[in-house]
Design a protein around this ligand. Structure first.
Ligand SMILES: CC(C)(COP(=O)(O)OP(=O)(O)OC[C@H]1O[C@@H](n2cnc3c(N)ncnc32)[C@H](O)[C@@H]1OP(=O)(O)O)[C@@H](O)C(=O)NCCC(=O)NCCS
Length: 220
């Protein structure tokens, strides 16, 4: 398999939004990935299939017409930015994205905001590939601790996190507004500890042996 992981780009937004909506159809409002890409705390990655191209037109963002970057930021801050996708223009050919993930870095803590894989491509090690890549990238950005929230009913995601050494550290009752479901808070307190690193290395080795996916380092 020739999958690889890289930082998310603006031209990925349409596919990432499609995967997000497929995975989290009831979460409202939907994540604005255009805004997330401009958020200096946020880091998003995508897993691509080297052999497959998307048949949808690539989208690129039209340049600001004479507006300074500051004015553009202020408009976004106050929600006056023309909303996606009206400002996107088509251009031909783009990589097929199988899944994406993201986190915010605050001090030494990486808070995982999202991870999702296309339904058609689940159970093929891609979620794990994304989690490994996120942990690697965040560690290189000096994160020592990882946190996240996950729905109480989301056994697949919890199982993935437990596998990688996350433990439950709390519960937020009725956290999700769509169905008032509880959120389980999970964390890894010290990713740089010898025990965490040794576990991670074993899991990386087992993943690459099982799936034959070579891990690439995501450029910062
Ligand atoms: C969670 C998700 C990202 C996993 O992606 P995936 O590519 O299918 O996962 P992988 O094939 O890499 O599986 C890795 C591990 O995840 C866990 N897992 C994945 N699917 C599972 C399932 N249906 N039931 C239980 N555990 C599961 C297992 O621990 C698995 O390890 P194993 O193969 O040794 O058992 C995927 O199910 C998804 O996109 N779900 C919808 C979005 C979502 O809920 N995101 C989490 C938000 S907090």
């Amino acid at each position: 398999m020739s999958y690889y992981v890289r930082l998310m780009r603006r031209e990925d937004i349409a596919q990432v939004t499609e995967i997000d909506r497929g995975a989290f159809p009831t979460e409202w409002p939907p994540v604005d990935y255009e805004r997330e890409l401009q958020n200096w705390l946020a880091h998003y990655i995508v897993a691509c299939d080297d052999n497959e191209m998307s048949d949808e037109p690539e989208v690129t963002v039209a340049p600001d017409k004479g507006l300074s970057k500051l004015a553009s930021r202020l408009r976004r801050l106050f929600n006056y930015e023309p909303s996606f996708p009206s400002e996107l223009l088509p251009s031909p050919g783009r990589q097929y994205i199988l899944g994406f993930a993201g986190f915010w870095i605050m001090a030494d803590e990486a808070h995982i905001t999202n991870i999702a894989v296309r339904e058609t491509h689940r159970h093929q090690g891609i979620g794990e590939l994304l989690l490994i890549s996120m942990v690697d990238l965040a560690t290189r950005l000096n994160a020592g601790k990882f946190t996240l929230e996950v729905r109480a009913s989301n056994i697949a995601a919890q199982s993935l996190y437990y596998k990688y050494g996350f433990t439950q550290v709390g519960l937020r009752r009725g956290y999700y507004t769509d169905n008032k479901e509880d959120a389980i808070l999970m964390s890894i307190e010290n990713i740089t500890s010898a025990s965490c690193q040794s576990r991670l290395n074993q899991l990386k080795k087992a993943h690459s042996q099982k799936w034959g996916i070579a891990l690439n380092q995501v450029a910062r």
